[in-house]
Design a binder for this molecule. Structure first.
Ligand code: IMP
Ligand code: MG
Length: 173
């Protein structure tokens, strides 16, 4: 198996800084409650939060949409719920990648029911060609073609999350 670099460490950093700048402008005078969707989003959430200048609080949620295969199940299970209420908070959901859209389109109504003041979504990667359920994403890092990618939080059977870049997996060799 080989991994080819698709988005370099330098490009990721530059783009995250740009997104943080827009978020800083959009949330001026507000505070931001980041919900990091485990596990894949931890790297993006940490790096993004570093460049955010408004007050930030962070919580985590683990939802499952993929098992050890690369085929989506069609709905989600909450494996680990948030530790704090989101009522009245300006929530920013931080995702690693939006693929079919099933995870977020199932999760958003659940979170809206908890009465946050607002909910926005940021994803580092977006694979629009595979979309099955509509998701309104507010801040997208990179749109990518239909590749299975790893690194910067993203895994293949739990491996490669620690790669500093986004790479494309080639399993045929
Ligand atoms: P969705 O529900 O199909 O949008 O899938 C979202 C989740 O699937 C992401 O948060 C990832 O955990 C996982 N996923 C989708 N595409 C990839 C990929 O190319 N590499 C690694 N994980 C992926
Ligand atoms: Mg994920």
């Amino acid at each position: 198996m080989t991994i080819k670099v698709l988005i370099s460490k330098r490009k990721i950093k530059r783009r995250i800084k740009q997104i943080a700048k827009i978020i800083n402008r959009d949330y001026k005078e507000k505070s931001l409650h980041i919900i990091c969707i485990l596990k894949g989003s931890i790297f993006y959430a940490c790096d993004l939060a570093r460049y955010i200048k408004v007050d930030v609080t962070i919580d985590f949620m683990k939802v499952s949409s993929y098992g050890s295969s690369t085929v989506s199940k069609g709905s989600i299970d909450i494996e680990q719920d948030l530790s704090e209420t989101i009522e009245g908070k300006d929530v920013l959901i931080v995702e690693d990648i939006i693929d079919t859209g099933i995870t977020l389109s199932s999760l958003i109504p659940i979170l809206k029911d908890r009465n946050p003041s607002s909910i926005r979504i940021t994803t580092l990667l977006d694979k629009p060609s595979r979309r099955q359920a509509e998701v309104n994403v507010d801040y997208v890092g990179f749109k990518i073609d239909d590749y299975f990618v790893v690194g910067y939080g993203l895994d293949y059977n739990q491996k490669y999350r620690n790669l500093p870049y986004i790479g494309v997996v080639n399993t045929s060799d």
